[in-house]
Design a protein around this ligand. Structure first.
Ligand code: GRG
Length: 286
């Protein structure tokens, strides 16, 4: 199977599962279920759950063993996007070329849809314990990790730093630290989730964490470059690409992706898919 087909195939599995797990639009209170589905089925690339599935495959686990946790992480990601777009945070009217949640449903429902997706995300991770071969200990470890990766030490803390960013003072090292929390932490969690549920040993988790941090950082810098190059939303707020330039951003991403792939050496040929995923992130256009 070529890599494009691989991505399509995994995306289909994830979309089908998300449709099954989310409450139907008709279910009362209908408006919030509509809002949850509007954002979950709004054209996302499903990078994070694909990473969970691909990591589990590295340990010979099929999609069935980790799909609930993978979808749970996608719901948490969607919650962060809805809240990020709100007028009180980034005030974005559009997301993925469509009106953002609060533009369609109003601020109160958008806020609540985000909350509901966060809760449902944890619920799905817990429900991954229904898979017979998954140890309860692994689920507990994953819940703990999820809280810390999205809490004030990581995603939420990174977002706080992002909205209070002072244009002139930020150094490259500070920006990297911020990106590590705001974006790389959730990407890293997606990879660690696949490994933890597969019972990976410590040395494997360590290698995958390095891979996750590197591709997560590159992912955010690429996002900054796409914002500038596609002129989607240069808010004037400092980011890696507008502060250090496209050339420097590109070479930083190439370096990060190379190091990410190098960190997978201990898996030998078995890590081909994760290496392809890292390369794909480097060339993505959206
Ligand atoms: C309350 C825990 C908590 C968090 C809220 C809003 C927020 C705090 C955090 C948001 C952090 C954020 C929006 C980071 C940006 C990460 C990023 C580049 C998202 C885009 O990811 P893609 O391209 O999105 O994978 P698609 O559209 O493909 O799903």
């Amino acid at each position: 199977m070529n890599f494009k087909k691989y991505l399509e195939n995994k995306k289909n599995i994830i979309d089908k599962a998300l449709d099954e797990y989310l409450p139907s639009e008709e279910k009362s209170p209908s408006i919030i279920h509509k809002a949850m589905r509007y954002s979950v089925f709004g054209g996302g690339k499903r990078i994070r759950p694909i990473l969970t599935l691909a990591t589990a495959e590295l340990f010979k686990k099929d999609a069935e063993s980790v799909i609930k946790a993978a979808c749970g992480i996608e719901l948490i990601h969607t919650f962060s996007l809805i809240h990020d777009d709100l007028p009180c945070i980034d005030n974005d009217d559009f997301r993925r070329g469509r009106p953002s949640s609060h533009k369609v449903f109003g601020e109160a429902i958008a806020l609540l849809a985000g909350d509901a997706l966060l809760v449902s995300g944890f619920d799905l991770i817990i429900r991954n314990s229904e898979v017979k071969e998954i140890k309860k200990q692994s689920i507990l470890k994953l819940i703990k990790e999820t809280s810390s990766h999205i809490g004030t030490e990581n995603m939420l803390g990174g977002q706080v730093e992002d909205i209070t960013l002072n244009n002139r003072d930020i150094t490259k090292a500070d920006l990297i630290k911020l990106y590590m929390k705001k974006t790389a932490a959730l990407i890293c969690l997606s990879i660690r989730a696949g490994a933890i549920l597969s019972g990976a040993k410590q040395s494997h988790l360590k290698a995958l964490t390095k891979y996750g941090e590197n591709i997560g950082l590159a992912f955010q810098i690429i996002d900054d470059m796409l914002d500038i190059m596609q002129d989607q939303r240069d808010t004037g707020k400092p980011n890696y690409a507008n502060k250090f330039g496209i050339k420097e951003s590109k070479s930083e991403c190439e370096k990060l992706i190379k190091e990410a792939k190098d960190s997978l050496k201990i898996f030998d040929k078995k890590a081909e898919t994760l290496k392809n995923l890292a390369d794909y992130l480097l060339t993505r256009k959206r």
